[in-house]
Design a protein around this ligand. Structure first.
Ligand code: PRP
Ligand code: URA
Length: 211
């Protein structure tokens, strides 16, 4: 059976930036900027298989058939709130992308996801979907978001996170073996409160300064 691939960013820039983010003394401003920057770097990897076509152009030297994106439709879907931090990094790489929003919070006791908002472009079923969230912990929130996108009829779905726990990866792979995961790093485990260890704490609070 097909099993989703996990693409872990093996890049010194990502490793360096993640270390700054993990540091509890990093400011909200720096943390937010780093989420965006790493988002851009992971997008580079997550879009590696975008189809190309050619376009006839004239350089200052000669004519040529040059590669250009085949124009497949693309939608980035942040899981609110923390996923919002990744959107501008993706849009800097794919400026024509549409943005769909899924609002979800995780119950602190049960760790179950609770959806509260969903707004997608009308033609979302025809688009390649990139769901973005900094954290993949138990995987409950991401699995719920993937399920929503499948209900809309989406067929090509990828998940992009900054930090993943092995538990979250296993959960997505079991439920959605067709969804590839792009992660900045895979950490050791979850703690008893469902936080990723060593992790970077509560990503939403650190992006928006709500703690
Ligand atoms: C965080 C994070 C993910 C979720 C991950 O969001 O941004 O959405 O938890 O946990 P899971 O894999 O166990 O579901 P949170 O619920 O804290 O909401 P927020 O983004 O509004 O802070
Ligand atoms: N959500 C977060 O923001 N951080 C974690 O470590 C786990 C879930």
């Amino acid at each position: 059976m097909y099993s989703s691939k996990v693409h872990i960013m093996d890049h010194p820039l990502v490793a360096h930036k993640l270390t700054i983010m993990r540091d509890k003394n990093t400011s909200v401003k720096d943390f937010r900027e780093l989420v965006s920057e790493i988002g851009m770097l992971i997008t580079y990897e997550a879009t590696r298989d975008l189809p190309l076509t050619t376009k006839h152009i004239e350089t200052p030297i000669c004519e040529m058939d040059a590669p250009t994106l085949a124009g497949r439709k693309f939608v980035v879907v942040p899981i609110l709130r923390a996923g919002l931090g990744l959107v501008d990094g993706v849009l800097r790489m794919v400026p024509s992308a549409r943005v769909g929003h899924i609002g979800m919070y995780r119950d602190e006791e049960t760790l179950e996801p609770h959806p509260y908002f969903c707004k997608m472009p009308k033609d979302v079923a025809e688009r390649d979907v990139l769901i973005v969230d900094p954290m993949l912990a138990t995987g409950g929130s991401a699995a719920e978001a993937i399920g929503e996108m499948k209900k809309f009829g989406c067929k090509h779905i990828k998940l992009m996170v900054l930090v993943a726990a092995p538990e979250g990866i296993a959960h997505i792979q079991k439920l959605y073996p067709d969804v590839d995961i792009y992660a900045g790093a895979v950490d050791e485990k979850l703690n008893e409160n469902g936080y990723i260890v060593p992790g970077l704490g509560d990503a939403g609070d650190r992006i928006f300064g709500t703690k």
